[in-house]
Ligand binder design. Structure first.
Ligand code: C2E
Ligand code: MG
Ligand code: MG
Length: 330
């Protein structure tokens, strides 16, 4: 057997190692680059296959149906206006997902987001929500209403680096500002990963809101670390604002705390004129709740915004009606 010179063997090993490293890098790049297009293509094939009569159409378990909900176009978005307390202007909405099930009817997110998280469907749903939000935001802007759209980001995807990269690239295409609402409990599973992604989002100009503040394990340590722009006080503190002795104190001190940390405060679940009046006195920045408007599909949102722009028009939703009458009395 011929003896190979040592430099030749060294060159052989180096070439093999370089091929492994480059191959691995190329493979990882290819997976990242083609993952989304391939998944979309697969969804289109599935949609073609999922013609009526094939597969479970409402008669299977909710979990099975959830897997096909996107492909069957059963998810849709509603948007709840957020009103600036000082000016009564609506500058933003919170976007919320709904499921129109073929046989069970309308299903709210509280009844399927948890299921989606358990079944590993939440990333697909979140991505669908973000893409659809961008489409609807652009369509509303074309009608003369350029608003910020805030979407809810599940704890299950918050720390996912792949998701973060996808979200950053996708949100870059939006016609206006997109915000992400996260809960503090979303930080618990993987605080490092979640914080890294939240910083990436904030650096890219995505406004971060801390959702349901006060309902979970609120920690000053997290609050200080998060590059959040907005703090949303949970509606359990707002609903009894005018009847409880302690809640006004808690809300007032939370507003002061948030302002000290350079955050805006949104009150969630404002459903009475008394609560609105108190919140305005306390210096709350943004009001969200059934008093202003319930969550509504894009067409109704457009009508709602048109009606606000033109105070003389009829058919104004209830929340706005009340505000107009309140304004008339002034
Ligand atoms: P959230 O993010 O805190 O959204 C606010 C919820 O409060 C919405 O319920 C809204 O309809 C309700 N709400 C607003 N104003 C009032 C009020 O004055 N009174 C009362 N009683 N309720 C009010 P919804 O749409 O059922 O959503 C429930 C939760 O589901 C959301 O809470 C959010 O955590 C989650 N969710 C909704 N859409 C999505 C989504 O696209 N992705 C994820 N991951 N979660 C979502
Ligand atoms: Mg929210
Ligand atoms: Mg909330």
């Amino acid at each position: 057997m011929p003896a190979f010179p040592v430099p030749f063997i060294a060159l052989l090993i180096t070439t093999a190692l370089a091929a492994m490293v480059f191959g691995g890098w190329l493979g990882a790049y290819a997976v990242r680059r083609w993952q989304a297009p391939l998944r979309n293509a697969w969804l289109r094939v599935r949609r073609f296959i999922a013609i009526p009569g094939r597969g479970s159409r409402g008669d299977g378990s909710l979990a099975e149906d959830l897997e096909a909900a996107i492909v069957r176009d059963e998810l849709f978005l509603v948007h709840q206006p957020k009103m600036r307390a000082r000016t009564d202007d609506v500058e933003a909405v919170e976007t919320l997902v709904r499921w129109r099930h073929a046989t069970r009817g309308l299903i709210g997110p509280n009844d399927f987001i948890g299921l989606a998280e358990e079944r590993g469907e939440i990333r697909r749903i979140t991505e669908w929500v973000i893409c659809q939000t961008i489409v609807e935001q652009r369509s509303l802007a074309a009608c003369g209403h350029a608003l910020t759209f805030n979407v809810n980001i599940s704890a299950r995807v918050l720390a996912d680096r792949d998701f973060a990269e996808w979200a950053l690239a996708t949100v870059r295409e939006a016609s206006g500002p997109i915000g992400f609402e996260i809960t503090e409990t979303a930080m618990i599973a993987d605080p490092e990963g979640a914080l890294r992604n939240i910083h990436l989002f904030a650096d890219a100009g995505i406004k971060i809101a801390i959702d349901d503040y006060g309902a979970g394990l609120s920690s000053l340590a997290y609050l200080k670390q998060l590059p959040a722009h907005e703090l949303k006080i949970d509606r359990m503190f707002i609903s009894s604002l005018s009847s409880s002795h302690r809640d006004p104190l808690l809300v007032r001190s939370t507003i002061d705390l948030a302002h000290a940390l350079d955050m805006e405060v949104t009150a969630e679940g404002v459903d009475s004129p008394a609560a609105l009046a108190l919140l305005k006195v306390m210096g709350c920045d943004v009001i969200q709740g059934f008093l202003i408007a319930t969550p509504m599909p894009l067409g109704e949102l457009r009508a709602f915004l048109d009606a606000r722009a033109n105070t003389g028009s009829d058919g104004i939703p209830l929340g706005f009606n009340w505000l107009r009458r309140a304004g008339d009395r002034k």
